[in-house]
Design a protein around this ligand. Structure first.
Ligand code: NAI
Length: 338
């Protein structure tokens, strides 16, 4: 089932021995949902990441092809493919980081919550595998609705007795990537110089760009604030509509996921001051989960930053966000508890 391993063995080569000589130090990373719209470019970009020594690609379809293809890239990571539920445990065993983009994406007219019925079950199954095979791994959850799938993952891990709030992270990086891009456009700056904190969650009004804290320091007119807030909150829908039925953001998401995974790996390596926004178990608000800037380290989330000073517009947005988030969190928790 793994054409890469299969071909090596056919030639009389033992993959494990061959690769042991290379001896690349690095982390073991699994992508679950690796044959999908996000999964494929994400897997390709992770294969290019020098911090990755082993890359496991798991999906319920098409992993042999994706694995054969990506394994020909002349970068350090060893790529192995895993197909179907019966290979999930092998895919997960020994992993340091597990990235989950498995599940169905939105079509025009759908909210992220409309995906709940299908994706909740997928995330549950995958997290049960993680609890069993790599309970120490950092988990990056991309599958929507992130506002609910992260609480689902936490409940699965609690049930299994493996929950570590520092290791379960909802990926909201695409909201930050979009915010940096759109704000840079308005300010006439290079997006790489712009840092916009985006807090709350990852759906509609729960996506809260904190424009008063943009770096470099700047000011916006109310018209610009309205435009930017709306565009950042609805960036996903902009892509869903442009793709007209063929899915949601995949390429920019893969880019964002790899930017985030790289930060997690740099944290694991012990780099100082690795800070990104993520949706995590948090005491920043009265809600059990909330996205803010977090500092990533060897243990995963090592510090959660407070919201900092908000203006009246942002405080009003926060109240709206919290209401919707509370319901989404509850929905995720009850899915496992019922
Ligand atoms: P896709 O349909 O192209 O790919 C999903 C992949 O998951 C498929 O290859 C499918 O076979 C696989 N899959 C389904 N059930 C599985 C299971 N039980 N185990 C392993 N793999 C399984 O979808 P796409 O566009 O890649 O999106 C994936 C998810 O990411 C969606 O839920 C989407 O809403 C979400 N997303 C999240 C974003 C974020 O910012 N967090 C942004 C964009 C999308």
């Amino acid at each position: 089932l793994n054409p890469y391993n299969f071909q090596m063995e056919e030639c009389g080569l033992n993959l494990a021995n061959c690769r042991a000589k290379g001896g690349a130090a690095g982390f073991k990373v699994a992508v679950l949902g690796a044959a999908g719209g996000i999964g494929q470019p994400l897997a390709m970009l992770m294969k290019m990441n020098p911090l990755v020594s082993v890359l496991h690609l798991y999906d319920v379809v098409n992993t042999p092809g994706v694995t054969a293809d990506i394994s020909h890239m002349d970068t350090g990571a060893v790529v192995r493919g895993f197909l179907g539920q019966q290979q999930l445990e092998d895919a997960l065993t020994g992993m340091d980081l597990v990235i989950i983009p498995a599940g169905v994406p939105r079509k025009p007219g759908m909210t992220r919550d409309d995906l709940f019925n299908i994706n909740a079950g997928i995330v549950k199954t995958l997290c049960e595998g993680i609890a069993k095979c790599c309970p120490q791994a950092i988990v990056n959850i991309i599958s929507n609705p992130v506002n609910s799938t992260v609480p689902i993952a936490a409940e699965v891990f609690k049930k299994a007795g493996t929950f570590d709030p520092k290791r379960v992270l909802g990926v909201t990086m695409l909201d930050v990537v979009r915010a940096n891009t759109f704000v840079a456009e308005v300010l006439g700056l290079d997006p790489r110089e712009v840092d916009v904190p985006v807090v709350g969650g990852h759906a509609g009004v729960t996506i809260l760009p904190i424009l008063s804290q943009v770096k470099p320091p700047c000011s916006f007119t109310q018209k610009e604030i309205d435009y930017l807030t709306d565009r950042i909150q609805n960036g996903g829908t902009e892509v869903v509509e442009a793709k007209a039925g063929s899915g949601s953001a995949t390429l920019s998401m893969a880019y964002a996921a790899v930017k985030f995974a790289d930060a997690c790996l740099r944290g694991l390596r012990g780099d100082a001051n690795v800070v990104q926004c993520a949706y995590v178990a948090s005491a920043v608000t009265e809600l059990p989960f909330f996205a803010t800037k977090v500092r990533l380290g060897r243990a995963g989330v090592e510090e959660i930053y407070a919201l900092g000073p908000l203006n009246g517009y942002e405080r009003a947005g926060l109240e709206k966000a919290k209401k919707e988030l509370a319901a989404s969190i509850q929905k995720g928790v009850s899915f496992i508890k019922k």
